[in-house]
Write a protein that binds this ligand. Structure first.
Ligand code: PLP
Length: 435
């Protein structure tokens, strides 16, 4: 039996009231606002391993993991030590440091897909820069994206994007984006080879790149058929279109070199974020030498950043990626995740619930469409009542998920089998109570 508590929320509620006077919606990133679940957001004050504590001293097993970066869990001793020892020498110079070389070497020596990398400070910045690179390199303007894929809040990418937009029902396009930008974005359904072929046939001379989350994880977990991804690669090659893998979630998550490694598909441009910064703000984009040669100061495509390659952020990345590069890391992550997912799914199946945890690597998603393989954004049942109910039932049992039914959960190295067995009991009881 999982222990069920009445959730204390007084301090979080009071902090939220104050925050609302400072920030739009009381938050600095929309999905944090708990708008699609009940009550005020929980204000966090501490994390250690796979646990977090909120300001009311509720303790949770954390499956949000800061939306993915914390693959080693909170406050990992090696990451902590490296950050602190680096910080003792200063926090920023605006000049090159050896830390940038070290992180680049850790990545590039293991990654057959890119020759050069550029560090930036967020996933959004990485995508924005990668798109400019694709346009500058190909001398074409249009970008093909897929419905439900989220690529950060880059203007031209907020067309039919998932994540916060779909959570708040704005699944078409954000306001504030000029029509002329929208006209440069072509949107195709995921996993639809015919629609893809048609679009490319019509616009091939105008499309700079086709950008995709190879493991779409911002609008549910929409696992693509390998044949679709391979066909996308082929069509891009045949039509002089760059294939752009946005691996901000999947990079260093499903394998060290992301979905490209897992699926053995070579993209032309790749973006990373989240895990690459070990919990501090880092993003990156990379490509082969002939493409990266377009980037300033070598080439004519301008991109810069005051805090790019920040030594403290690099330190967190180096310490994290050093752990991930150890033999067996990803096999172990996958094995523990499957153990957890199987416990929950066999219970759901036995009880005949229309529910399944969908999984890949150490990512999982709560699907209220049973065992149907959902591969396109529009196939998800938009009624999120099931999620809303289970989210609360899980909070009361000490389990914290990202507060949206469209977002995925993450398992870290700190989620031991014992913890996952405990979490699975809570999931099963929460299902029994809410379905
Ligand atoms: C696939 C993908 N690309 C880009 C981004 C944007 O990254 P950031 O939030 O660091 O700007 C995200 C964020 O969730 C993402 O999931």
């Amino acid at each position: 039996m999982a222990t069920k508590h009445v959730l204390k929320r007084n301090v979080s509620e009071s902090l939220f009231e104050t925050a609302k006077t400072y920030f739009p919606g009381g938050v600095n990133s929309p999905v944090r606002a708990f708008k699609s679940v009940d009550g005020a957001p929980l204000f966090m004050k501490k994390g250690d391993g796979c646990h977090i504590w909120d300001e009311d001293d509720n303790k949770f097993i954390d499956f949000c993991c800061s939306w993915g970066p914390l693959i080693l869990g909170h406050n990992h001793p090696k990451v902590y030590e490296k950050i602190v020892s680096t910080l003792q020498n200063g926090s920023s110079f605006g000049a090159p440091t050896r830390m940038e070389n070290e992180l680049a070497d850790l990545i590039l020596s293991r990654n057959p897909f890119i020759d050069k990398i550029r560090f930036v400070s967020s996933g959004t910045e990485a995508v924005m820069s990668g798109i400019r690179l694709a346009r500058g390199y190909t001398k074409k303007n249009k970008v093909l994206k897929f419905e439900g894929c989220y690529h950060g809040h880059v203007d031209s990418m907020l067309v039919k994007a998932g994540s916060g937009l779909v959570t708040f029902g704005t699944s078409s396009t954000s306001e504030g984006i000029p029509e002329s930008y929208i006209n440069e974005t072509l949107v195709v359904e995921l996993n639809d080879i015919d629609a893809l072929r048609k679009c490319i046939e019509q616009y091939k001379d105008e499309i700079a790149c086709a950008i995709i989350e190879p493991i779409p994880a911002n609008n549910g977990l929409l696992l693509q058929e390998l044949t679709f991804l391979k066909e996308l690669r082929k069509l891009c090659t045949e039509n002089n279109i760059l294939l752009f893998f946005d691996e901000v979630i999947s990079g260093f998550r499903v394998a060290f070199s992301g979905a490209a490694e897992l699926y053995d598909i070579t993209p032309d441009i790749v973006t990373y974020g989240k895990i690459i910064g070990g919990g501090l703000p880092v993003g990156a984009y990379g490509a082969k030498n002939h493409i990266m040669a377009s980037i300033s100061p070598d080439g004519p495509v301008y991109q810069a950043g005051t805090l790019s390659g920040n030594p403290v952020a690099m330190a967190a990345g180096i310490a994290s990626l050093t752990e991930l590069a150890k033999p067996g890391f990803y096999e172990d992550q996958k094995e523990r995740t499957e153990y957890f997912v199987n416990l929950v799914n066999s219970h759901a199946k036995e009880k005949g619930y229309n529910f399944e945890l969908v999984t890949i690597g150490s990512i999982f998603w709560l699907s209220f469409d049973g065992s149907k393989h959902i591969r396109r954004a529009g196939e998800i049942n938009p009624n999120m009542t099931g999620f809303r109910k289970i989210f609360m039932a899980l909070l009361e049992r000490g389990i914290y998920l990202g507060p949206s039914g469209y977002e995925v959960g993450f398992i870290s190295q700190a989620h031991t089998k014992e913890i996952l067995a405990e979490a699975a009991v809570a999931f099963c009881e929460a299902l029994d109570e809410t379905i």
